[in-house]
Design a binder for this molecule. Structure first.
Ligand code: C2E
Ligand code: CA
Ligand code: CA
Length: 586
């Protein structure tokens, strides 16, 4: 160290001692220490120390200690006489750099953490404290203390990622998206554009290609969206993403949308598959400062709209959607009331033995007796009840009601009637169906064998051990398990030997087209054949004509259901019907 530098260091440390507050008593003592000794102390400190002359417009270093060399990999010869900027490499767009520069020009202390680069080019997180010494005066120094906090920073970043990001795709989670969208929209005069997309038929992709492929598809989708450089991207649901960006106007917003469409339109190359994927897309162009939650909800409504179109057209949120969503809200409230007020009931549609025409049981079909609009069929409310989770309450009530009715009807019968009841998909995940059925039969003194649960293929697609175990428990309990709308999906047969099922219900679409279509007749024939081999009951549903019935009979289909034999009717009417056939037989 040259004499001149030591001299300045000496003076700076004297002033350092003067500012020592509680240690003032020792200040004079310290001031008497030789510059040499102080230099030696600085040399031993673990933190990197650097000193520059505050009056030097280039802020060239006049001193650096050994720890500085260790942390940065630069030797003192490399750095003395130069500005420290080289530590930033080309990574200059860090907001903290500007803050630091400002503090130096105003001779104010500051602490920042920057991405810096060692001599070998490797990144490290540098925690820097800068302060002027003395705080004023003709000769002022800028003293810097630096510490490598890479480890701390990386683990903090990891925690931050876990809290705010989706693990699979690395995009934000919904909660963080909303939080950041709010911040983004508040501080900008541009228009927030929120786009929501979702993979069409994701479940089918998972089922046909496997979950690895499904996961890879989601990851690539996120990467493609990310590459467009949006302000925010989040995975908001299983196969659903939200993207937010700012636009100067409508034209720019639409250009954005176009880019998203192009990016997702390319084929996806996935492990063992190269596929074209269709996405439903909904978007909303908000106003500056728009509320994030409602923007996201509006984009969601538009997405819902897009999903309803056959070709998954891109849909923009419109005021009409707003009205619809208000209506949905109103109906949700009404549904809630309906559950509380017991406005639900069942109609029963007879199922018959095709050979003899006798009634062997019924399917219980849910109805809502709406105070103003009268009797409502399920297609008016089931979807909403599922979306809102209200179906969970309705479902359990329903199983109890059907068990009660079965017990009432079968009380004096020698051959009991069997009752089928539909189960909604979300009930399998959110409700202990086994406990629900057990409760229903016990409470009403019904035999579990009188009940059959109707499920659709979609519900069986997941094939988790938990689901399969649940089916076995239901069978042990004694209830029947039927696969409804059989033949609609192309993978129907996949499930017949994986689950302990007891019945197949041939979809009414197949039955309807049977007289005209040889292909449909062949399919139905195969279903009946295979079903019989596997010991299933086979029911054809939606039989409306004698021609359909006769064809099914000719194929040895044992059971049928449809308007030809009887529409769904009120419980009392069904009971009378069942007793009448019993009497006529007797
Ligand atoms: P699904 O299980 O396929 O029920 C059969 C539907 O076909 C019933 O409509 C029935 O009225 C109708 N149908 C019966 N015979 C014929 C026929 O000969 N021709 C034609 N074209 N249609 C016929 P519904 O009662 O409107 O029920 C519609 C759907 O609502 C049901 O389809 C089922 O998926 C669902 N659903 C009904 N009740 C419940 C329930 O208690 N819980 C749940 N989760 N869903 C239910
Ligand atoms: Ca059904
Ligand atoms: Ca059906």
């Amino acid at each position: 160290m040259t004499g001149k530098k030591l001299d300045s260091l000496d003076r700076f440390l004297r002033s350092f001692a003067r500012t020592g507050g509680a240690e003032r008593e020792h200040a004079t003592e310290l001031a008497r220490m030789s510059a040499e000794a102080i230099g030696a102390v600085i040399e031993e400190i673990d933190e990197g120390v650097l000193i520059a002359d505050a009056n030097d417009p280039h802020l060239r270093l006049i001193h650096a200690n050994r720890a500085f060399e260790t942390i940065t990999g630069y030797s003192r010869d490399d750095v003395i006489g130069k500005n420290c900027r080289y530590l930033q490499g080309s990574d200059r767009l860090q907001p903290e750099i500007a803050r630091m520069r400002e503090a130096i020009s105003e001779l104010k202390p500051i602490a920042v953490t920057l991405r810096n680069y060692r001599k070998d080019g490797s990144l490290f997180w540098n925690s820097i404290r800068l302060f002027p010494l003395p705080a004023s005066g003709p000769k002022t120094y800028v003293v810097g203390l630096i510490r490598d906090v890479t480890d701390v920073h990386l683990s903090a970043e990891r925690i931050d990622r876990a809290e705010h990001h989706d693990q699979l795709t690395g995009s934000l989670n919904r909660y963080t998206f909303v939080e950041r969208l709010d911040a983004l929209s508040m501080r900008s005069v541009q228009l927030p554009v929120i786009v929501k997309i979702n993979v069409a038929q994701f479940q089918d992709i998972n089922t046909s290609y496997g979950f690895d492929v499904g996961d890879a598809l989601l990851q690539q989708t996120a990467q493609r969206l990310q590459a467009l450089g949006p302000d925010l991207i989040a995975r908001t649901g299983g196969d659903e993403f939200a993207i937010a960006c700012l636009a100067d106007g409508r034209e720019q917003a639409l250009a954005w949308l176009n880019r998203i469409g192009i990016a997702l339109g390319q084929r996806f190359t996935l492990p063992g598959a190269s596929i074209e994927v269709r996405f439903a897309t909904g978007f909303v162009i908000g106003q500056p400062g728009g509320n994030a939650i409602s923007l996201l909800r509006q984009a969601g409504t538009a997405l819902h709209h897009s999903r309803g179109t056959r070709l998954r057209e891109v849909k923009e949120f419109e005021a009409a959607d707003q009205r619809r969503s208000v209506q949905r809200q109103r109906m949700t409230n009404e549904l809630q009331q309906a559950v509380a007020n017991g406005e639900f009931l069942f109609h029963y549609q007879p199922r018959v033995d095709l050979r003899t025409g006798t009634i062997i049981g019924a399917e219980a079909l849910l109805r809502w007796n709406h105070g103003v609009f009268g009797l409502q069929r399920p297609d008016r409310f089931i979807e909403l009840a599922e979306d809102t989770g209200l179906i969970l309450d309705i479902g359990h009530w329903g199983r109890c009601e059907v068990a009660r009715f079965a017990a009432e009807v079968n009380k004096h019968r020698q051959t009991p009637l069997h009752f089928s009841v539909n189960v909604a998909a979300i009930e399998l995940n959110h409700r202990d169906i086994v406990a629900s059925v057990e409760d229903a039969v016990k409470k009403n003194g019904a035999d579990p064998a009188w009940l059959t649960l109707e499920l659709t293929e979609r519900m069986l697609a997941e094939e988790t051990p938990k689901l399969i175990a649940m089916f076995h428990q239901l069978r042990e309990l004694g209830v029947g398990l039927s696969i409804d709308d059989f033949g609609v999906g192309y993978s129907s047969f996949r499930y017949v030997d994986r689950y302990p099922l007891t019945e197949i219900k041939i979809d009414r679409g197949l039955v309807r087209e049977m007289p005209q279509s040889a292909a449909k007749r062949i399919i139905i024939g195969a279903v009946i054949e295979i079903g019989r081999e596997l010991g299933f009951d086979i029911v054809a549903e939606g039989i409306e004509t004698e021609a359909q019935r006769d064809a099914l009979k000719a194929m040895d289909c044992p059971f049928g259901q449809g308007y030809l034999f009887g529409a769904p009717v009120e419980a009392d009417v069904f009971k009378a019907l069942a007793e009448a056939t019993l009497e006529s037989k007797a």
